[in-house]
Design a protein around this ligand. Structure first.
Ligand code: GLA
Length: 389
């Protein structure tokens, strides 16, 4: 049974069979090749959609209730569209309430709906299952009410994530889940909110993700703490440069070098990472376009070193996974991806070596850490999609 069929079946099983039209929508997880912690600094990133998707089947109902069955959690939640509470209790249904609230806040006239969600994006695996969930449920609610928000889904879902769920994240995940392209990465400018498509030729290279299966509790507070320190950097450079500086994106490498001595150590390190990482993303996009995959790999390695020593968001297990992968034949480079303090490592691997590399990373990581990792090759997949009914 396909995921689409499963979603329809869950819908019928939970809410009873009905004759009305069913909309089926899916959105992918994502992995970011390079550009760690640059998105909320108005910077550059290079994410791609992955071939693991969240699927939502939805149909209208007569009243103003939205009822959602999650096959992932085995739970059903419901709320009234006229009284969406800004509840932040950590429940998965926060996301659905969040996107419904934001769609309505942006003038979309929604109607009651029944939704069934089938998850294909592993949770807590650094593939942003939450953005896939937000984008798929938002578009399903819109589809049922006869709307097509298109690119506005990015803002709807980003606002839901920051306002309802409470993470001060950038737009990368929601953007990738909306706009990803098959067989490609997106060179995304988070300030312009615009992207160029950069092909990732499958015959040459494959992206392999290693989930360390470590997740520390402090991710959220450490993340919001990094956001705040970057803001201190912005405040310094706004005063020092006498130019409009609204984000670290506005600080050049030259300006950073002129002023680094005046910055407190922590601010200096965080700013150095962000400013240098933006350069690496630009260079990696150029190298990928030119087919210089070894150069892309080298940039991934530099990115990891900078995230570890300057941004201080890596942990031993991430460093171990990077070192193990990079010690293998056919691996061009690796780095931690996502927020850090656990989660995933992304490696760029010669396609002819993928099977050996995934097996060896699995074995050696388990050996070294005693933790069983998940290691998988990713095929770049497209963004949110409405399926034929
Ligand atoms: C998390 C956030 C993203 C991004 C990354 C770090 O995945 O959701 O917006 O900031 O961390 O690059």
């Amino acid at each position: 049974m396909t995921q689409t069929e499963r979603a329809r079946r869950v819908l019928d099983e939970e809410f009873g069979p009905a004759g009305g039209p069913v909309s089926v929508v899916s959105a992918p997880g994502r992995v970011n090749l390079i550009g760690g912690h640059t998105d909320y600094n108005d910077g550059l990133v290079l994410p791609m959609g992955v071939d693991r998707r969240t699927v939502v089947a939805a149909r209208p109902r007569e009243d103003r209730t939205v009822a959602v069955r999650s096959a992932v959690f085995g739970e059903t939640a419901s709320f009234d569209l006229d009284a969406v509470e800004a509840a932040v209790d950590g429940a998965w249904s926060d996301y659905v309430r969040g996107v419904a609230d934001r769609l309505q806040g942006r003038g979309y006239d929604l109607g009651g709906a029944e939704l069934a969600v089938v998850g294909g994006v592993p949770m807590g695996a650094g593939l942003s299952s939450s953005a896939a969930f937000e984008v798929a449920t938002a578009d399903a609610l819109a589809a049922v009410a006869g709307h097509s928000p298109g690119g506005e889904l990015v803002d709807v879902c980003w606002e839901a994530e920051t306002e309802f769920v409470g993470l001060n994240c950038g737009i990368m995940d929601q953007y990738a889940a909306t706009f990803a392209e098959p067989d490609s990465a997106l060179f995304l400018d988070c300030r312009a909110r615009d992207h160029e498509v950069v092909p990732v030729p499958a015959e040459a290279v494959t992206v392999v993700v290693t989930n360390t299966n470590v997740q520390r509790d402090l991710v959220e507070s450490a993340y919001n703490d990094r956001v705040a320190t970057c803001q201190e950097g912005v405040d310094y450079f706004r005063d020092a440069l006498g130019e409009p500086v609204t984000a670290l994106r506005d600080v050049s490498l030259a300006a950073f070098r002129d002023h680094e001595g005046a910055l407190p150590e922590t601010v200096r390190k965080r700013v150095r990472h962000v400013v240098s990482e933006n350069h690496r993303v630009r260079e990696a996009a150029d190298a990928l376009r030119a087919g210089e995959f070894g150069r892309v790999g080298g940039l991934l390695n530099h990115s990891h070193a900078s995230l570890r020593t300057d941004y201080e968001v890596s942990i031993d297990e991430l460093d171990a996974a990077v070192a193990i992968a990079n010690g293998l034949d056919g691996v061009l480079g690796s780095r931690m991806t996502g927020a850090g303090f656990g989660g995933c490592v992304v490696s760029l691997v010669r396609s002819d070596a993928v099977d050996e590399v995934t097996a060896a990373v699995h074995e050696q990581y388990l050996d070294e850490t005693g933790i069983e990792p998940d290691v998988y090759a990713c095929t770049p997949d497209g963004g949110v999609r409405r399926h034929e009914s």
